[in-house]
Design a protein around this ligand. Structure first.
Ligand code: XIL
Length: 493
């Protein structure tokens, strides 16, 4: 079986990965598998890091004085992006006079907490300082170059990737008409911005970023064509950001395919500003839909090798930009107004295989006090009954067109504990595993071999454990009919 690995991570990601507590999971793509060492994870950061993915959040540095905000920021994310602090109006409030106070706070926070720093954004028609309004085309072009050069140079060596140009396209794939940059400089401003950014910081990855581009549609196709053109002509571009400001129940069905088509052009992809809003007030059913949607988006990124990760546009609903912009809507983030985790939190964890305790539970044997009376002198013969082999498997499936999720429970019905287990089975209808959790799962043809993760290898007599995987099928998804545990055929529940 050939082993494929994700592209080499940046040095910061590599460092993060080595310091992280690894997750028990194996990513299996087709017949190729990447085994991730199995250990415990206790946060979304641990889970994502172990999977080789970024999990980011948009930071307002003014909120770090709030302890609940800071503690979630510190522990749950391995990447940070400035929500506003690195935009044009914040960094160059008057022409050629740069102000990096807030941006530096974000950069310092990233450095002091070991997080990757993502740069947002060098060139955007919105949040431009008012002094740009009076500039003519050529003056705006020079001002833009000067801005990109100064900001990219200032954060050189700190920002790993930049959103060089943000929101350049309209909904029908046309260049955005309400942009002063587009109107005054014309089509060439995007290329100029990318070339200028590369010259200022040759090591940062340079991305184009937009919204309503999550599906395959006119707008995403326009960006696709731009990336293809840039690649063909040697204009520097390394990555594409998909903002993913979504509405509950509306994760586009073509999202994975869309990300993959960009990856196939030879660029990295990333979900850059995820939030999933609902009409207020929220209720448990809307929150459940939202949780399932968050899970889907993370699963999609996990399934696309070149997807670097997912950034969530904030921490708490209390400070989300959504209610201020989309009237009557809100509750779009993962923590509520009081910093309680919403159902989306566990859903995201489950997309990576779930949170596991950092130390396995310690089972203390009961303290038996020896009897005071002297035991009889006669020693009964020591008869150790042979361990009875036995196992039971229950295989639960949720499926859709060509995909499915399987949750499998393995029960040890024998009279002795298992220390390390291997479950084998065959797929009857050509299914293949695409992503597994709580196990190290590999596939060769139709034969699937599932080994325990480090933390769930022991199954006491009568005890059980679970693992799961996502898979694909071609229309028929017959469940495996026979399972063997450590070579013993199991009953099927
Ligand atoms: C938003 C911020 O969250 C708000 O605080 C600010 O008032 C406006 O901008 N797309 C982007 C982000 O690229 O920069 C925007 O952030 C949200 C939409």
């Amino acid at each position: 079986m050939s082993v494929t690995r994700p592209p080499a991570p940046s040095s910061r990601r590599a460092a993060l990965r080595t310091t992280a507590v690894a997750l028990a999971a194996t990513i299996v793509v087709g017949a190729a598998a990447v085994a991730i060492p199995a250990q415990a994870a206790s946060s979304l950061k641990d889970l994502a890091t172990a999977a080789g993915k970024d999990i980011g959040f948009a930071l307002d540095p003014n909120r770090l004085s709030e302890s609940a905000y800071k503690s979630i920021a510190d522990s749950e994310f391995n990447l940070v992006v400035a929500e506003n602090a690195m935009k044009w109006d914040a960094t160059e409030p008057s022409q050629n006079s740069f102000s990096y106070g807030q941006g530096d706070q974000v950069a310092n926070y990233a450095a002091s907490t070991g997080k990757e720093l993502y740069g947002h954004t060098l060139v955007w028609h919105s949040q431009m300082p008012s002094w740009t309004n009076s500039l003519s085309g050529s003056a705006l072009d020079s001002a833009m170059r000067n801005h990109v050069t100064n900001v990219a140079t200032h954060f050189k060596g700190k920002v790993a990737s930049w959103d060089v140009v943000n929101e350049a396209f309209g909904e029908n794939g046309e260049r955005r008409t309400d942009s002063a940059l587009q109107q005054k400089i014309g089509d060439g401003y995007i290329e100029t911005a990318f070339r200028t950014a590369r010259a200022a910081d040759p090591t940062a990855k340079l991305c184009i970023n937009d919204y309503n581009t999550d599906a395959i549609n006119s707008k995403s196709t326009a960006i696709y064509n731009l990336v293809r053109d840039f690649k063909a002509r040697g204009v520097p571009i390394d990555c594409v950001g998909f903002q993913s400001h979504l509405i509950i129940g509306q994760v586009p069905s073509s999202m994975q395919q869309n990300l993959q088509r960009f990856a196939d052009l030879g660029v990295d992809v990333r979900i850059t500003e995820l939030d999933i809003r609902m009409t207020m007030p929220s209720d448990s059913s809307k929150l459940a839909t939202q949780a399932a949607d968050y899970k889907k988006v993370f699963q999609i990124c996990n399934a696309v090798t070149r997807c670097q990760g997912v950034t969530i546009w904030g921490i708490t609903d209390k400070y989300s930009w959504v209610p201020g912009v989309f009237s009557g809507q809100g509750a779009a983030l993962v923590w509520d107004d009081n910093y309680n985790k919403k159902p989306a939190y566990d859903a995201i964890a489950s997309a990576f295989g779930g949170i596991t305790p950092t130390t396995p539970p310690v089972t203390t044997p009961p303290v038996t006090t020896p009897p005071v009376t002297t035991p009889p002198v006669t020693t009964p013969p020591v008869t150790t009954p042979p361990p009875s082999a036995g196992c039971q498997v229950s295989y639960g499936v949720n499926q859709w067109n060509t995909g499915f999720t399987a949750n499998v429970t393995v029960k040890n019905t024998s009279s002795s504990a298992l220390n390390g287990w291997t479950l084998t089975f065959s797929f009857p209808s050509g299914q293949s595993v695409t992503q597994a959790w709580s196990s190290v799962t590999t596939q060769s043809g139709s034969a699937v071999t599932v080994k325990n993760a480090a933390w769930n290898g022991s199954i006491p007599a009568g005890g059980s454990t679970q693992f799961g995987f996502n898979g694909s099928h071609s229309g028929t998804n017959t469940a495996p009919s026979s399972f063997s545990l450590n070579g013993t055929v199991c009953s099927v529940a």
